[in-house]
Ligand binder design. Structure first.
Ligand code: MLT
Length: 244
């Protein structure tokens, strides 16, 4: 089976998605934050592209929370930003969150047509790989895996590429990958023992640190601390507990 790794949410090339499993990665910080929200009891996340759409959807559902960022900062009038530390149980437990972020929610929309879409980050990488392997065993029509890195405003970024490399590495020897997948795996293998340092030195890592989110950088750099496997179902992200 072939794994295609795509460099950013705005990737100009997109394989046919119909029988593919897709994985969305936005280490800094959308997918790390989503995984954390589910781990803290959030019920569902509705990823949308614009702040206007988020506000409009909330007018019909006043009990939903609004979350997300622009330029990595909380959006005025929203209930939570895009820091995983905002998504504590007291705020998000039992809640549905309408979320918009610069790259992460856009990457989810870019692969929404895939047969199954998983949400991954370093935090839950191992659990997502196990879930994908189980899903592929049960669904013989799946003919490939697409890993989309959210990247940074249509550009490659190191954090997402490293996480893609970790997934490629864990998905194993029976899979082949495109050249970006192989490059990501090589990069991961030479950086895995100093993951935090490598992520801190990335452009996005430096940006987050410069505006006071050092803790987010350290938090998002922790591999396999959460066994949460969120999937996109009918435009809504939920935490899947059973593979079907
Ligand atoms: C994004 O979607 O671009 C990010 O999650 C930005 C961030 O909040 O760090």
């Amino acid at each position: 089976m072939l794994i295609d790794v795509l460099p950013s949410a705005g990737s100009p090339w997109m394989p046919a998605l119909k029988n593919k499993v897709a994985v969305v990665i936005d280490v800094f910080r959308a997918t790390s934050t989503m995984v954390t929200a589910f781990s803290n009891g959030c019920r569902a996340i509705i990823p949308v592209l614009t702040t206007e759409e988020a506000l409009e959807r909330r007018t019909n559902e006043p009990g939903y929370l609004l979350g997300g960022e622009r330029r990595a900062l909380p959006i005025e009038g929203f209930d939570v930003g895009n820091s995983p530390y905002d998504y504590v149980t007291e705020k998000v437990g039992g809640k549905t969150i309408i979320m918009t972020t610069t790259n992460g929610t856009r990457a989810i929309h870019a692969v929404a047509e895939a047969r199954q879409v998983w949400i991954a980050s370093f935090l839950n990488a191992g659990s997502v790989v196990d879930a994908i392997n189980q899903y592929i065993r049960k669904n013989s029509e799946i003919d490939g895996i697409v890993i989309i890195c959210a990247g940074s405003e249509d550009r490659f970024d190191i954090p997402d590429t490293l996480c893609a490399g970790m997934l490629v590495d864990m998905l194993g020897k029976d899979m082949e990958s495109n050249d970006l997948g192989r490059a990501a795996q090589m990069l991961y293998n030479i950086s895995k023992d100093r993951l935090h340092e490598t992520l801190s030195m990335s452009e996005h890592g430096r940006l987050l640190q410069s505006i006071g989110y050092e803790k987010d950088v350290s938090y998002c750099a922790q591999p396999n601390i959460l066994s949460i496997t969120p999937v996109l179902e009918d435009g809504v992200v939920i935490a899947r507990t059973e593979i079907i």
